[in-house]
Write a protein that binds this ligand. Structure first.
Ligand code: ARG
Length: 457
């Protein structure tokens, strides 16, 4: 394409080193979409004649057809998808030589990438919606199931499993909003920015922006070809999403282990061992957790690439898409498998309750009950701590205490009244404040969650 200035062809080793076909050929259809909008605009502005436009359009459609039917064989000697398509177009239709009028690959790459990224982000958005629905369904299903809540991985207080699922609803809903922001930040069309400074030809950037479904053209040609913020916005979403996934998966892996055991994973989503016949391993959850590292690494790859890069386009930027696709493909594969897996997770309620017996996790309930009887909280904390210590030493649970034993520590309490509230069910039920684990609150959040999901956009 640039042989005018050169005496020798580019060395084969350089062609292989500089090509981006392996990264950008997946954008072929979007590239043609961009070219069709460009050529239509060239006709509208009188830069090309109507019959030239028609012929180039027909040629582009034939190239598209060849790509779709697998007849198109791109060559690395033509560096990237953009030049391959233009070259094939010009073989079919010599007027193809006019297509690149008032366009550089710099604005073309930026436009094509945005078109393709938008499609993929929209796919992920749909999948994320399914994940959110699945989580709400789980919250409904496990609303009255009581599990231990942990801090420091030590039993803290009993919670409704529905409440646990709802915590992921909140996290993934924030991810959804970040993805929406990423979609918004790519919603300006760089086409017409040219190599970096625009064009002397009277192109109509508003018209191409509109026909490609962008809100508006970008406002600064230098910014348009130099920056990759819209990709970073995707990566920020992806990293947060992957971090959330890794924590959720890790919980389920731990709770499914023999030491906890009250989470039951579906057989179809587990694998066995080639040697140990008894094994049922949570490999899907482990891989989803493990892939988080790659998603974070892809973001770091781009950030490091961009650091201190001189304005405007530099060839370093060609590497931007490699990490973008790696991240998108990973996120998509994780989210696709996570929803069906989660929808089949079961909880062994009896075992979860039995686990709670070991942890003195109703101690805070006793302390707060003392507060209701006029004891200052610090004092109540101390008294309950002493009682707990004594119970541990004597190998007793709170419910094993006799009225006399209780009286020694807390003379202000009525034994029967205390025992009535000293159950995991009451512990959860009585936490009836906004955002807390109480059953009524969980039901409210599920209901509101459904509306929030419906009114999302
Ligand atoms: N293959 C290049 C890329 O994907 C195309 C842009 C080339 N621009 C340039 N000034 N050499 O980034």
């Amino acid at each position: 394409m640039w042989h005018g200035r050169f005496k020798h062809d580019t060395a084969k080793i350089v062609q292989d080193f500089t090509q981006s076909l392996d990264i950008d050929f997946r954008m072929a259809e979007c590239d043609i979409k961009g070219s069709l909008a460009h050529v239509k605009m060239l006709g509208k502005t009188g830069i090309l004649k109507p019959d030239e436009v028609n012929k180039i359009e027909a040629g582009l459609k034939q190239v598209l057809d060849e790509i779709k039917t697998g007849k198109f064989t791109p060559s690395v000697s033509l560096e990237d998808v953009h030049m391959n398509i233009e070259s094939r177009l010009t073989e079919i239709e010599p007027l193809g030589a006019k297509l690149h009028t008032a366009r550089s690959r710099n604005d073309q790459v930026a436009t094509t990438t945005r078109l393709y990224l938008r499609e993929r982000e929209l796919d992920i958005k749909e999948l994320l919606k399914i994940l959110l629905e699945t989580i709400l369904d789980n919250a409904e299903k496990h609303k009255f199931v009581i599990i231990p809540g942990y801090t420091h991985l030590q039993q803290a207080q009993p919670i409704s499993a529905g409440h646990y699922w709802l915590s992921w609803f909140e996290a993934f809903l924030r991810d959804y909003k970040k993805l929406n922001y990423a979609l918004e930040s790519l919603n300006e069309c760089p086409l017409g920015a040219g190599a970096l400074a625009g064009s002397t030809l009277p192109v109509d950037r508003f018209s191409t922006a509109e026909s490609l479904g962008f809100n508006s053209p970008t406002r600064n040609s230098l910014d348009s070809v130099a920056q990759r913020d819209y990709m970073l916005d995707y990566h920020f979403f992806a990293c947060e999403f992957a971090l959330h996934v890794s924590r959720l998966c890790n919980d389920l892996i731990i709770w499914n282990s023999q030491e906890f055991g009250w989470v039951i994973l579906p057989d179809e989503f587990c694998t066995g061992s080639s040697m140990m016949p008894q094994k049922k391993n949570p490999d899907v959850l482990e891989l989803a957790r493990g892939k988080t590292g790659s998603v974070i690494a892809q973001m770091m790859d781009l950030i490091i690439n961009l650091k201190a890069l001189p304005m405007t386009y530099n060839r370093d930027l060609q590497e931007d898409k490699r990490c973008l696709w790696q991240s998108i493909d990973t996120v998509e594969s994780v989210i696709k498998i996570l929803s069906p897996l989660l929808s089949k997770v079961e909880i062994d309620e009896k075992l979860a309750l039995a686990t709670l017996e070991k942890g003195y996790s109703l101690a805070t309930d006793i302390a707060e009950f003392l507060v209701l009887h006029g004891v200052p909280f610090r004092e109540a904390h101390l008294k309950t701590g002493k009682l707990t210590g004594w119970c541990i030493e004597n190998n007793l649970r709170f419910n094993d205490l006799t009225p006399e034993q209780l009286k020694n520590f807390m003379p202000e309490l009525n034994y029967d009244e205390l025992m009535k509230i000293l159950t995991p069910y009451e512990s959860v039920n009585r936490r009836n404040i906004y955002g807390a684990t109480g059953f009524e609150q969980v039901a409210l959040q599920i209901e509101q969650g459904r509306t929030r999901l419906k009114t999302l956009e």
